[in-house]
Design a protein. Structure first.
Length: 243
């Protein structure tokens, strides 16, 4: 196992939804901030990666389990740990603890390195990941098979300038915004995610338009983000009723 790193914070007003819960896309943003701070502390920041190797980290998959979503004003702690890596993939854990030190959200993220100019995946070099003290393992963590949508409902969204990060990518959290938003306010006032599988397939181009589609069977929904005839992301969500 690798080195762990923690950040404690109180949930601000602008990160809470109409039910008072922290928005799951914001949990992703904060979690990536925590892993970024760990990288800075270890002397291998995103800026270092770019300047020394012309490489950037990108995320290909998320596996998220939610016991409950902390609420506005609650203090929470986000802990991260680089678990393992192989020739192409790096696996990182994120855990959100509440004020009572109870784990309320668990996330597994799969990272790959990409050459910023060619936009092609780059092999993981041991010297890059050595500071995290993660173990090398040939074992691949495979995500689920995502089904084709049936009788889907769709809505179009414009990709805005502020949806992009400094690498010109649509922010990872924005995909979850599109996935959740299409469900509609009436649904989201009654249900919150319990389990999320999310796979990033192809980059969304800046300035274009995406279509967020889903089908719903009970409390299970399947999702697809698409643009220009291509699939950009897929997700499966299990929902739980707000108690």
């Amino acid at each position: 196992m690798g080195l762990t790193y923690q950040m404690k914070m109180k949930i601000p007003f602008d990160m809470a939804d109409m039910n008072g819960h922290i928005k799951l896309p914001d949990v992703i943003l904060l979690s990536l901030q925590v892993s970024g701070l760990q990288s800075i502390d270890l002397g291998i920041s995103d800026q270092d990666m770019l300047e020394k190797y012309n490489l950037v980290w990108i995320i290909t998959d998320y596996d998220i389990d939610v016991v409950r979503l902390p609420k506005f004003g609650e203090e929470m702690t986000i802990e991260t740990e680089a678990l393992s890596y192989n020739r192409l993939f790096c696996y990182r854990r994120f855990t959100v603890f509440d004020e009572n030190d109870v784990a309320v959200i668990e996330m597994m993220a799969t990272f790959v390195l990409m050459d910023r100019d060619s936009r092609k995946v780059h092999a993981v070099e041991p010297k890059i990941v050595a500071p995290y003290e993660a173990e090398f393992s040939k074992k691949l963590i495979r995500g689920p098979k995502y089904p084709e949508l049936k009788d889907s409902t769709s809505k179009d969204y414009h990709v805005r300038f502020y949806d992009l990060d400094m690498n010109g990518h649509v922010n990872n959290s924005k995909y979850l915004d599109w996935i959740f938003e299409v469900m509609g306010a009436d649904f989201l006032m009654k249900y919150v995610p319990k389990k999320v599988h999310l796979k990033y397939v192809k980059e969304v181009r800046p300035g274009g338009q995406i279509t967020s589609s889903y089908d719903l069977n009970g409390l299970e929904s399947n999702h697809q983000i698409s643009s220009d005839g291509d699939t950009n992301a897929q997700a499966m969500v299990t929902w739980q009723e707000i108690s």
